[in-house]
Design a protein around this ligand. Structure first.
Ligand code: PLP
Length: 292
């Protein structure tokens, strides 16, 4: 059975879920999106994702034609129509159809669509063994040029970095900011564990403020772990006890080798396993219910 997609006010079969070649989301990457997970009949941290979506749109002066409450219902109803209780959800708002020029004022109405799918994103052995990453030459976008806090459809910066990781034969890239401080991976935030403390770069370094990042910091504090948001360099990664990434798709995923250096013992660490366990417990109980 094919998927049912929400597109501009209607729930349609996937074959009918098509957007115009004049849509500025396609022509210019002009738009915003969210990647969201549903677990156990609930949409995890849905309000945080919707808040970020509307904030990103506001920065771009992109008017979303439906309210945040209506958008919440779109997400829930798309899941219901696809009989999904556990899913990966992609919610997208593009600038809409315009002409071939880039001026957003030529696009009278934003395009909104929501896809809910059951795909499994990362294989289990990656969690058991941990990833290998390299630092790449491509720097994270300068906040004053293309702010990484806006979750826009323009992912070219991240894709350049991903290509470098692919060419190096590793799974992920670490991106630095213009000053050489660690920012994030291509689609995930980065954490270190050092002497029992959890450390992650602050948002002002130039990174996406991940919903999973914020949740992991809360979960850690609840466990009594000291959490610090502070700038650090590659040196700090090489000398960390543990390193892991966070993101809605990956949850928490350990990283055991960076730029040829083994991190800690070379195996996913105790703090990582403790946090992953508590995070997964939270995913079972947080968020609005899909089927009453
Ligand atoms: C560049 C980037 N950083 C971090 C993240 C993690 O964000 P979240 O935890 O909200 O999924 C994402 C997720 O899509 C991302 O694209």
């Amino acid at each position: 059975m094919g998927m049912i997609i929400y597109l501009d006010g209607k729930y349609v079969p996937e074959e009918e879920a098509v957007v115009s070649v004049f849509d500025h989301g396609l022509l210019y990457g002009d738009g915003v999106f969210e990647g969201i997970r549903a677990y156990n009949n609930r949409v995890f941290k849905l309000s945080d994702h919707l808040e970020r979506l509307y904030e990103s749109a506001r920065t771009l002066i992109l008017e979303i034609p439906i309210s945040i409450e209506e958008m919440q219902e779109v997400v829930l109803e798309t899941l219901r129509r696809n009989s999904l209780r556990d899913a990966y959800i992609r919610l997208v708002v593009t600038r809409g159809k315009g002409d071939l020029g880039l001026d957003p004022r030529k696009c009278p109405r934003a395009t909104v669509f929501c896809i809910a799918s059951s795909i499994q994103l990362y294989p289990d052995e990656l969690y058991e063994q941990g990833l290998e990453m390299v630092t790449v030459a491509t720097r994270r976008n300068l906040s004053e040029a293309c702010n990484p806090r806006v979750k826009s459809l323009n992912y070219m910066n991240n894709i350049y970095a991903k290509i470098e990781a692919n060419l190096a034969g590793v799974s992920e890239a670490i991106m630095l900011n213009q000053e050489g401080y660690v920012a994030e991976a291509t689609g995930d935030n980065l954490f270190l564990v050092k002497k029992g403390k959890l450390i992650t770069p602050p948002v002002y370094v130039g990174l996406l403020e991940g919903v999973t990042r914020n949740t992991v910091m809360e979960v850690a504090r609840d466990k009594g772990i000291v959490v610090e948001e502070k700038v650090f360099t590659r040196h700090d990664i090489y000398n960390a006890d543990e390193c892991f990434l966070t993101g809605s798709a990956a949850e928490l995923i350990p990283c055991v080798r960076v730029d040829g250096r083994t991190i800690g013992t070379g195996k996913p660490g105790e703090v990582f396993w403790g946090l992953l366990n508590d995070f997964r417990e939270l995913t079972k109980v947080d968020g609005p219910v899909i089927f009453e």
